[in-house]
Design a binder for this molecule. Structure first.
Ligand SMILES: *Cc1c(COP(=O)(O)O)cnc(C)c1O
Length: 426
């Protein structure tokens, strides 16, 4: 027995054990909400990533009700819960239509952008093996591509080839051209790239991939629910989807600017037949045949219901209304930042995300003051900057944000550094 124990203190192991008797639900929730009070306060527009709030209580209530209706179900077997199978089909079809998937395209539902990208990389590796006999493949992506591509390569045993971005923070086409070889199984571009909110030249990149007979993934985890609505509102939007012949696959997150709660994304392929490569089918188990089309086995049902309910409830009109107010807020924040002494937005982002830096001050020192005022701005490493994904809710907080930012520029101390966890984000 340890000294701590004889003094009556609990060891770490004892604390972690299941208590002999349960607590009352009141005391469980008292502790739960006490712990939760230290979390980022997204309700009051304090976060610029991770949560994408609309500020619409009707939509929040719909999301809660849709989640609640499926808290106990399991999406592993849609034959037992046909409602889940049919809602999943509706979500992937509505999303495919948004990005102009052609006749004969196929799509799957997944738990998020990372899983959609994993599936796309897996499918590309399998196609390359089957169609070209490639056994030691590589994937080529601009260094601004989401880490999910490197993570997928890690899982699937592919080599990664990050390529350069240019002074405007967009993928450099020459660098990608140089990196492609006969073992390249997939090329990538982002619409939007997360670090700087810049859209890569998808038209040129996908044409390059097509000319080398390599599949091309347009990562529209952010853009799929932003760019189609900006286009309908009359903004000048570059081509990024299946209307480009070279785009063979796309990832589209419903749980970002589709405004659904977490756990909903869609991966779309130009050819429905490729879906077979992401399906695992096993029939020598004593229990019989086991077949899944994504990574998980037992799987939450709520995200399917939430994604479906959100898309049905908002419709095109609802998304257009949100987008139009979001763009007004973005414009206000963007011009507000540019009018503060020394601050500058990186590149020329055309949507609701941006990164800014300072020509006069240490931008991380400014970020520290913003942290102290309980704003949550991610740091970017190259170049040093503060990163924002603006949501419709920020309409109510833009003035307060800009006031605090301008104070922070005038009154800050030395920087505390890049900060813990700056890169642990979505
Ligand atoms: C968020 C994001 C991802 C990853 O999506 P998760 O839902 O976080 O897994 C991939 N690509 C881009 C461009 C993203 O912004």
């Amino acid at each position: 027995m340890t000294n701590e124990h004889s003094r009556g203190e609990q060891t770490k192991r004892e604390k972690a054990q299941l208590a002999p008797r349960g607590q009352s639900s009141a005391s469980v929730f008292a502790e739960l909400f006490a712990r939760k009070s230290a979390d980022a306060d997204w309700h009051h527009g304090r976060t610029f990533n991770l949560v994408y709030p609309t500020g619409r209580s009707d939509l929040d209530e719909l999301l809660i009700e849709a989640n609640m209706a499926y808290v106990f179900e399991n999406a592993l077997n849609p034959l037992k819960f046909p409602s889940l199978g049919s809602m999943q089909r509706d979500v992937v079809e509505m999303t495919s239509a948004l990005v102009h998937a052609p006749e004969g395209a196929g799509a799957g539902f997944s738990s998020g952008g990372t899983e959609s990208i994993f599936l796309s990389v897996l499918v590309s590796r399998e196609r390359a093996r089957e169609e070209k006999g490639i056994t030691r493949g590589n994937i080529v992506f601009p260094e601004s591509a989401h880490p999910a591509f490197a993570k997928a390569a890690f899982y699937t045993g592919l080599e990664i080839r990050p390529t350069a971005i240019d002074a405007s923070f967009a993928a450099d086409v020459h660098s990608m051209r140089d990196a492609i070889d006969e073992n390249t199984v997939l090329c990538v571009g982002s619409a939007y790239g997360n670090p700087h909110g810049i859209i890569d030249p998808i038209e040129e990149l996908s044409a390059l991939a097509l000319s080398r007979e390599v599949p091309f993934h347009s990562d529209s985890c952010i853009g799929a629910f932003v760019l189609p609505f900006m286009e309908r509102l009359g903004y000048d939007v570059p081509a990024f989807d299946f209307r480009l012949e070279g785009v063979t696959q796309m990832s589209c997150d419903v749980h970002k600017y589709g405004y659904s709660t977490k756990g909903a994304s869609v991966v779309v392929y130009r050819d429905e037949a490729w879906l077979a490569h992401q399906t695992f089918d096993y029939d020598v188990w004593p229990s019989g045949r086991y077949r899944t089309a994504s990574m998980a086995g037992a799987r939450a049902a709520s995200p399917i219901a939430a994604a479906w309910a959100t898309m049905r409830y908002l419709g095109e009109e609802g998304y257009l209304e949100l987008m139009s107010s979001l763009m007004a807020t973005t414009e206000k924040i963007r011009t507000g930042i540019a009018s503060i002494d020394g601050l500058r937005v990186l590149g020329n982002p055309i949507g609701p995300l941006l990164t800014f830096t300072s020509d006069n001050d240490d931008i991380f020192a400014i970020g520290d003051v913003m942290d102290d005022r309980r704003w949550n701005l991610n740091r970017t490493a190259r170049p040093h900057g503060l990163h924002m994904m603006i949501s419709p809710l920020h309409a109510n907080y833009a003035d307060e944000f800009l006031q605090d930012l301008s104070d922070a520029v005038r009154h800050h101390g030395p920087s505390r550094g890049i900060g813990a966890g700056y890169n642990e984000r979505s």
